[in-house]
Design a protein around this ligand. Structure first.
Ligand code: SF4
Ligand code: MG
Length: 339
């Protein structure tokens, strides 16, 4: 598909009373129409912040951005607020974990979706309302004509999430950014929503950036996966490469903390330690304070930031770690612990 998004060397910083927060530290990736990229990491990894920057949703007074974000051929870094608004609303759309934040609580669902359509189309209110009901139908809401006349609180969590997807897609965006869209939902509804996103993508041909901390979600829907840590990509490849043969110790840790459906999440393991301070990022590899493999490398883990590069045995997948033989370590030591 046609290239829709190219992010190059993006940095995002927030000055605070405690110091400069380095939320995104030199991030590069690109995305084609029809593809889904999952951005995975713990909270504070930069996955949401980088996507807010792509959407131009950051507060310009509080944010320092450098690098390049090219969305559908337009450079967004340094663009005027009016250009940002126009590109954002005509090309890209974002849906969030909490649909409450997207819908006004005291307005009916249907008119809210119609309003978003009217903002970009010179049509009558009736035509916009018809479009709204059609979108509710397409996201699988039963009795869409009746539902359109209800308020957000009259929808279940899953139905509200569907309605938010309808809102996100009403203007046919080329890029849809979904930030933890299923996190608040139970497992069955999660699966339905992910199926829905996949179906709609086939129908609309859009590109999707799916932000999640949950690798089980990724396996369902992503073509490519980028794992972020401390505001940087640490591994980036096809979903198959990253899930079946991950190269980075942080990815190994994330895979180890995926709850198994059968275990009810009972023996959920987590990665030891805490995410890094974005004001004082660790020297060298940001993951070194939490890494169980740094003694295989030595000083370099503490002194030298590894490049994000294609390593031996890979053709396009990149990873950011000093280990010489990650494939062998994964196969002989790590894989069995993930069973
Ligand atoms: Fe661990 Fe060193 Fe690799 Fe960082 S560079 S992930 S500390 S082995
Ligand atoms: Mg987030």
């Amino acid at each position: 598909g046609e290239r829709i998004l190219t992010v190059k060397d993006l940095t995002v910083q927030f000055p605070t009373a405690d110091g400069l927060v380095n939320a995104v530290n030199g991030l590069s990736y690109s995305l084609d129409m029809g593809k889904t990229l999952a951005i995975v990491g713990e909270s504070g990894s930069g996955k949401s912040v980088s996507s807010m920057a792509v959407m131009g949703l950051h507060d310009p007074q509080r944010t320092r951005i450098s690098g390049s974000i090219e969305l559908d051929g337009t450079e967004l870094v340094g663009a005027s607020p009016s250009l940002l608004r126009r590109v954002r609303s005509s090309t890209a759309s974002m849906i969030f974990q909490d649909p409450q934040s997207s819908f006004h609580p005291f307005k009916k669902i249907g008119p809210q979706i119609a309003e978003a359509y009217l903002a970009h189309h010179k049509v009558s209110k009736q035509v916009a309302m018809n479009r709204s009901v059609e979108m509710l139908d397409r996201v699988g809401i039963p009795n869409p004509g009746r539902r359109a006349k209800q308020y957000p609180h009259e929808f279940s969590g899953g139905m509200r999430q569907r309605a938010m997807i309808a809102l996100g897609l009403v203007n046919d965006p080329k890029l849809l950014i979904a930030d933890e869209p299923t996190t608040a939902l139970d497992v069955t509804v999660q699966a339905q929503i992910l199926d829905l996103l996949g179906d709609l993508q086939k129908e609309f041909g859009s590109a999707i950036v799916l932000i999640t901390h949950d690798l089980a979600v990724v396996a369902e829907v992503a073509d490519d996966v980028m794992v972020m840590y401390g505001g940087r990509a640490v591994e980036h490849g096809t979903a198959h490469e990253v899930l079946a043969n991950p190269r980075h110790p942080y990815t190994w840790g994330l895979l180890g903390s995926v709850p198994k459906l059968s275990s009810q999440g009972g023996n959920l393991r987590t990665i030891r330690g805490l995410p890094p301070s974005l004001i004082n990022l660790p020297t060298g590899c940001s993951f070194h304070p939490r890494c169980d493999f740094r003694d295989r490398v030595g000083e370099a883990c503490v002194t030298t930031l590894p490049e994000l590069a294609v390593r031996e045995g890979d053709t396009t997948r990149t990873s950011r770690c000093h280990l010489q033989n990650p494939a062998e370590i994964f196969e002989t030591e790590v894989a069995a612990t993930l069973e």
